[in-house]
Design a protein around this ligand. Structure first.
Ligand code: 5AD
Ligand code: SF4
Length: 472
């Protein structure tokens, strides 16, 4: 708790001496061997984690490492983990298991684990005792201290366990962005909602917002540098500003960012329905740069389940927001998150979710099978649903949504949409791919120079998961 009074910039500036020490050591090795030490950073999970991973890469570069995609040649491995579902944790643990032999081959290798998984006490214990070759762990609120942990690990030959710092905002960290035209900008961190199934409030702490000037400065810099697609991030992005007790909220922030001159689009995620105000929707409708795309997790269509989930809205309130979005922005794309198999979910509750899908007509959903998370209230409920029923419901959910998505995408046939090109498709290098303002994937006949540019595409065919077209 030594940093409790520190300001956002001071919190990181304390690390500069460690960055220099690690860098000096890395530079000396380079002088001796003629080869730079390399860092391998792998991230699991959500966009917030991706954004954190880009800061970890920035730190690695500042410490004099080169980045590598090849784990076997790394002198520093950082695994940035997720804990949202059991599957994510299993994958991370299995990857960490595979690194044991790398450490045997190269005792100089430093392995650090960050992110939501290791911010949980029981995972810290597990890593400490079952993964002795892991050199340090660092929690979601403390990863700016990676330079210090690497330095201490080397200088004292002692494993480092830094699961929590006080949950505060850190400014001034270097960032190595993965793209030159799509960027993440975290505007707030943490979550106060405590939905009964969710681990996030336990591993990301309470809500805290960045100062408006900091966000403005970062977005301005990105637009000036030619970034085309900027996504404002927060676990609960539309509650931005509440903790600042300032006279502005997320809608005001968005409206101010929208004034920045340039050719770019602003997205934001993830929103909680309780904070999806009419004011916010009005700002979106009027915005010049704000994507007409709303990702608004519904989670369930049953009021009984929503209440057990502690979501603090019912279906009527939810659909009221959807209707208002469609009234103000008839062309808006809507997406949602849905969980099936929450404890106690009856057939009737599940049917309510299916009919909610028909009523809301989302363009796409991210669907999840409920996964009990240790320490959350829902994991303790004695009405857990058997796996077989969960997966049957999951299949029916997808089937229902696929029909709705197909219809929505068919309606776009014959329209010309602005698409940000992501270059050649990974599956078919003859085709180019990109995303619409509503985040729909489009395949088209492009050229290499289209990558990173907005291109107008005439949509010829709408399918369930993608649109197909040609340059207009
Ligand atoms: N099980 C399944 N899905 C979950 N989500 C969050 N926690 C769980 C869980 N324990 C889903 C929610 C959330 C999305 C990011 O992940 O739908 O909106
Ligand atoms: Fe988890 Fe609910 Fe917070 Fe989203 S709003 S991060 S689902 S607790």
């Amino acid at each position: 708790m030594e940093n409790i009074e520190k300001k956002p910039y001071e919190r990181f500036s304390g690390q500069i001496k460690y960055i220099e020490k690690v860098k000096n050591d890395n530079d000396a090795t380079f002088a001796e061997r003629g080869e730079r030490r390399r860092a391998f950073v792998v991230t699991f999970g959500c966009q917030q984690n991706e954004a954190d991973g880009e800061k970890m890469k920035g730190l690695a570069l500042a410490m004099g490492y080169d980045l590598t995609q090849e784990v076997s040649e790394a002198s520093l491995i950082l695994v940035n983990t997720c804990a949202i579902r059991e599957h994510a944790e299993k994958r991370a643990l299995s990857i960490i298991g595979q690194y044991k032999h790398l450490k045997q081959k190269n005792p100089e290798l430093i392995i650090g684990i960050s992110g939501c998984m290791v911010t949980q006490e029981h995972r810290e214990y597990e890593i400490k005792h079952s993964y002795p070759y892991v050199d340090f762990i660092v929690g979601t609120s403390a990863f700016h201290r990676i330079p210090e942990l690497i330095y201490e690990r080397r200088a004292r030959d002692k494993r480092q366990f830094c699961r929590e710092d006080e949950y505060a905002v850190v400014e001034g960290m270097p960032i190595k962005r993965d793209s030159t035209y799509r960027a993440w900008v975290s505007v707030m961190y943490g979550c106060n909602n405590f939905c009964s199934y969710c681990i996030v409030p336990y591993v990301r702490g309470r809500e805290r917002s960045r100062q408006k000037q900091e966000v403005l400065r970062e977005v301005e810099e990105l637009v000036r540098a030619g970034y085309k697609d900027i996504t404002l991030l927060g676990q609960n992005v539309n509650s931005y500003g509440k903790d600042l007790r300032a006279d502005y909220d997320f809608a005001d922030l968005l409206s101010e960012l929208d004034k920045i001159e340039g050719d770019y689009t602003l997205h934001f995620m993830t929103s909680h329905p309780k904070d999806a105000t009419k004011k916010l929707i009005d700002v979106m409708a009027k915005g010049k740069h704000i994507a007409k795309h709303f990702h608004l997790p519904m989670q369930s269509g049953s009021d009984r389940v929503l209440s057990a989930m502690n979501r603090r809205y019912d279906f009527e309130k939810y659909i009221g927001i959807v209707d208002y979005i469609r009234e103000k922005m008839p062309t808006a794309t809507l997406s949602s998150d849905i969980i099936v198999g929450f404890p106690g979910e009856s057939d009737e509750d599940f049917e309510a979710t299916l009919s909610a899908l028909h009523r809301a007509r989302f363009d796409m959903i991210y669907s999840f099978i409920y996964s009990p998370r240790k320490g959350t209230p829902a994991a303790e409920m004695d009405t857990q649903i058997p796996d077989k029923i969960k997966s049957e419901r999951f299949d029916r959910l997808l089937e229902t949504q696929n029909g709705i998505a197909l219809e929505a995408n068919k309606k776009l046939e014959g329209q010309t949409l602005r698409v940000l090109c992501d270059g050649r498709s990974k599956n078919n290098s003859e085709m180019f791919t990109g995303r619409t303002e509503g985040n729909k994937i489009v395949f088209f006949d492009g050229t290499d120079s289209d990558e990173g540019k907005f291109i107008d595409i005439f949509i010829e065919r709408g399918e369930t998961f993608a649109l197909w077209g040609r340059k207009a």
